[in-house]
Design a protein around this ligand. Sequence first.
Ligand code: ZN
Length: 156
Amino acid sequence: MALRKIRVNDDPILRKKSRPVESFDERLWQLLDDMRETLDKAGGIGLAAVQVGVLRRVIVINFGEGYMELVNPEILETKGEQCFEEACLSLPHKAGVTKRPMSVKVRAQNRNGNWVLYEGSELKARCFCHEIDHLDGKLYIDSLAPGEQVHYTEDY
Ligand code: ZN
């Protein structure tokens, strides 16, 4: 495993669209292992491959209950809405209140290519949406709740 460098701020790669994964091979497993380590070291709960400079539809999430590896994730269903503060490892020392669904159903492939269903509400729903947005070149600052602004913080 190896730490990968997290791309930040106005790095243009963060605005690019990631491509689907087609080969569930050792190269993908290496990426996933490196992303786990990088996420761990950074102290975040979610990381998309684009954030380490790889334009593939791959996400690693850890809510403190173990790692989830989501390859080619798709949101199947959303319910309700919530407004809550969000931050991103690629936008250090910033936070802002976004508007997101209250709960989501997501399906994604695992590292072997098998489809897995995920459901989450509140923090988990925000995180799934945030990370899947990264795969389309979107950042949370594009989903701010009405009247909200990004602000400086030392928390992240
Ligand atoms: Zn992010």
